[in-house]
Ligand binder design. Structure first.
Ligand code: NAD
Length: 491
């Protein structure tokens, strides 16, 4: 079988890399494409080009309105090419086509939203207490941005970085994950078509070493926007000791979902299924810890088991499929290992816990529910990034909050109740960057996204995210014609 060959997009040109690697289709376990692996030289070339583009008049002097129009055009191109991008993402990561198509629709909207923001960025006039001074604050692009994404939802996670970065006037070197990079390398064609000046955005892929390390420690990089796991984030923070780049970290999660007895359990069960089994659980906001009030525990568990056992597992390109494979063999092995330790620690597998007999090939894993007693069971404490739901009972509001907040992560959370006053009390006390009430897994470009603790640093999305790609310049203009007074006294 002939393998597809993908190229890097560096300094406005599509090019091969000296080193390559094969990408595996997770539904067949067969190589299907050859990907370029960026060397240290490739990364340096991309960063140098981004630095030149940052200063070149084509970009530096482009009005914010014109930059915004380019972003809106990019959003339109993403929408026009959604089917191709979705097919590639599904092929390379195993995420089902229903989900990739829907998510790419959002991606287009993110670019349009940030396009609209480009000319809303304003400086300020500062009323200093000095009659002969006029002080203004300029907001300028922070510089060259290194944007790094993991393999799940690469197009989406790139949009929340590229969108505000380009709207603010920065230039970007975007590193796709070494797992499933096809959709981002294809997306580079749309950047080219949209008409961004050469070097404004480069797209490459490669491994943490050397590609990720050289990119995040490069002396010409001023801003690092990273999404990935906490272990890699520690390397990123060490790398940025070389350039003091302003860094945001969007990391993992172990998100709690709290269900009170007064909630509508049928409706809740759909939200819980969406939270943990969509994308085969490979989502940073996966609602992987379910806390159910004692009186509803047995009933909800029964409904969930029934629904989990009826999920249609199969070919991710088939629109009838509800759950595809995991993205990599490594991912499935890791999930199996945590699950084995969880059973040893007293967890009980209610359903799933195996590779489905119906799928002899591919990195498939059954939708799995484990009833557990608390954090001593590894699947309750550790992020699995797979279709494994841990379910625990709670007695009352205080108990629910104590268990839900007992985590080093704090990305998302879900709360199901029909008691409005209780909902507000719990919202206030949950330690998470996102609280979904009587819903789960909703996103919008208008709403900031990010977490507490091990879930990361900073927020992506929303109006303020553009400020993270700027720095201020304070400008003092003396308005008096009189000679400067006493030079030995600070003004
Ligand atoms: P990962 O941390 O292994 O890899 C992420 C990226 O970092 C990849 O592109 C990788 O090549 C790169 N990288 C690896 N070593 C590097 C280094 N030394 N320097 C620079 N870059 C390096 O993550 P993964 O396994 O691909 O993805 C899963 C993780 O991502 C999970 O923890 C998940 O929760 C998290 N995630 C978080 C969010 C969020 O928005 N909070 C969204 C999606 C995924």
């Amino acid at each position: 079988m002939t393998l597809h060959r993908f190229q890097h997009f560096i300094a406005g040109a599509f090019c091969d890399a000296t080193e390559t690697f094969e990408s595996i289709d997770p539904s067949t376990e067969q190589p299907w494409a050859v990907m370029p692996a960026a060397s240290a030289d490739d990364v340096d070339r991309a960063v140098q080009a981004a630095h030149r583009a940052l200063l070149a008049p084509e970009w530096a002097d482009m009005t914010p309105t014109a930059r915004g129009k380019l972003l809106v055009r990019l959003g339109d191109l993403v929408a026009e090419h959604a089917n191709r991008l979705a097919e590639l993402e599904t092929r390379d990561t195993g995420k089902i086509i229903r989900e990739t198509r829907a998510q790419i629709g959002y991606v287009a909207d993110y670019y349009r939203y940030f396009g609209g923001l480009a000319d809303k960025l304003q400086g300020a006039h500062l009323p200093v207490d000095k009659a002969d001074m006029d002080v203004t604050l300029r907001r300028e692009p922070i510089g060259v941005v290194a944007a790094i994404v993991p393999w799940n939802s690469q197009l989406f996670l790139s949009a929340v970085k590229l969108g505000p970065a380009l709207a603010a006037g920065c230039t970007v070197v975007l590193k796709a994950s070494e797992d499933g990079p096809a959709p981002l390398l294809e997306f580079a064609r749309l950047i080219d078509m949209a008409g961004f000046p050469k070097g404004t955005v480069s797209v490459l892929t490669g491994f943490g070493e050397p590609c990720g390390r050289v990119l995040t420690s490069h002396s010409l990089v001023s801003r690092v926007a990273f999404t990935g796991g906490p272990a890699t984030a520690k390397h990123i923070v060490r790398n940025t000791a070389e350039n003091f780049a302003h860094t945001t970290l969007e990391l993992g999660g172990k998100s709690p979902v709290i269900v009170f007895e007064d909630a509508d359990l049928d409706s809740v069960s759909n939200a819980v299924v969406a939270g943990i089994f969509a994308a085969s659980g490979q989502s940073c906001v996966a609602g992987s810890r379910l806390y159910v009030q004692r009186g509803a525990y047995g009933r909800l568990l029964d409904i969930l088991q029934h629904k989990a056992e009826r999920i249609v597992i199969g070919d991710p390109q088939d629109t009838r499929t509800e759950m595809g494979p995991l993205a990599t063999r490594r991912q499935r092995d890791a999930i199996e290992a945590v699950l084995a330790r969880s059973v040893e620690a007293g967890g009980t597998v209610v359903t799933g816990g195996r590779r489905p007999a119906s799928q002899p090939r591919g990195f498939y894993f059954e939708p799995t529910i484990v009833s557990a007693s608390g954090n001593a069971v590894p699947c309750v404490a550790e992020e699995l990034f797979g279709p494994v739901l841990s379910v625990m009972p709670f007695e009352d509001e205080a108990d629910a909050l104590a268990q839900a907040n007992d985590s080093r992560y704090g990305l998302a959370s879900g709360l199901f109740t029909s008691n409005l006053s209780r909902a507000h009390r719990v919202i206030r006390r949950l330690r998470a960057g996102i609280v979904w009430v009587n819903t789960y897994r909703a996103v919008s470009p208008i709403v900031p996204f990010g977490g507490y603790g091990l879930s990361g640093l900073g927020r992506e999305g929303g109006l303020e995210s553009i400020l993270d790609y700027t720095r201020t310049k304070s400008v003092w203009v003396r308005t008096s014609d009189a000679p400067i007074p006493d030079p030995f006294v600070m003004r």
